[in-house]
Design a binder for this molecule. Structure first.
Ligand SMILES: Nc1ncnc2c1ncn2[C@@H]1O[C@H](COP(=O)(O)OP(=O)(O)OP(=O)(O)O)[C@@H](O)[C@H]1O
Length: 251
């Protein structure tokens, strides 16, 4: 059987010995080709989880395997087949969009760099921006460049932290449609951390609800709506964030 896209076993991160864990015994197995959502309020542990999955943060304990590679032993083999996008990590701002993409293509050892950049630029409507300094772009343009960077090595596993944060509704919708098309064409597995419940309902087949670093509930968006008797995931999120159980939820 094919190994999962992501396997996390009892994953824990403590930033300080006397602080509560930011991620606390997190276990899940995300199958290949799936799109899963990581939801939770501010400080629930989403970014910390993504940081550990990328090998940017060392777990205090627990184990991660991405695409069958154990991240403690075989991290570089996994990272070559993965990529990520995060609004918290800015691309070098003084060099042009094309130069940025060339640097990342080089880091990933992408063959046929110039053609890959041209193709991605055309797909993501970046062709006219390739010679502009990356720092001079609007938030929406920067998001499309960040996506191009995240796709430069044609990743099999994509980790997206808030992919549409700070975008206007039209651009956000464009990015979501683009992601839907991309995963249909490539079979890419995606883990998405988001505060946008409509986005999660639209893109994700399964949702992990995090609170204080623990999974407090999970399931498909439809099963969570049914379980909590709600019409949208925003209401389910509020129920979980406020610690309300199904039987306490007002009709
Ligand atoms: N570098 C750090 N040093 C110490 N504590 C940290 C550090 N980064 C995060 N934390 C703490 O870990 C916990 C989880 O933070 P994290 O950023 O993973 O949450 P999040 O779910 O991504 O939140 P948000 O939705 O606000 O981005 C929080 O209590 C946060 O204060």
């Amino acid at each position: 059987m094919q190994s999962p896209a992501i396997l996390a076993e009892a994953l824990t991160k403590r930033y300080a010995a006397d602080a509560p864990p930011a991620v606390d015994g997190l276990s899940f197995s995300m199958p290949r080709g799936a799109t899963w959502g990581l939801l939770g309020g501010n400080g629930a542990g989403k970014t910390t989880t993504i940081g550990m999955l990328l090998g940017l943060l060392v777990p205090t304990s627990g184990r991660i395997a991405c695409l069958g590679h154990d991240m403690a032993r075989d991290r570089f083999a996994a990272l070559a087949r993965m990529n990520f996008s995060s609004p918290y990590i800015a691309l070098p701002s003084r060099i042009s969009v094309a130069e940025n993409l060339r640097v990342y293509a080089h880091l990933y050892g992408v063959p046929g760099t110039e053609r890959r950049i041209r193709d991605l630029a055309s797909q993501l409507q970046l062709t006219d921006l390739l010679d502009r300094p990356a720092g001079n772009l609007s938030a929406g343009q920067k998001t499309r460049v960040a996506l191009a960077k995240a796709l430069i090595n044609t990743p099999e596993l994509l980790l997206l932290d808030e992919p549409t944060a700070s975008l206007d509704p039209d651009t956000g919708d464009w990015v979501r449609s683009w992601l839907e098309r991309y995963r249909a064409e490539t079979g890419c597995s995606i883990l998405l951390a988001s505060h946008n419940m409509a986005e999660v309902e639209r893109l994700c087949g399964h949702v992990l609800m995090l609170k204080q670093g623990k999974v407090v509930d999970q399931g498909s968006p439809a099963s969570l709506l049914a379980k909590y008797g709600r019409d949208d995931l925003e209401e389910v999120f509020l129920d979980i964030a406020r610690g309300r159980q199904r039987e306490e939820v007002p009709a």
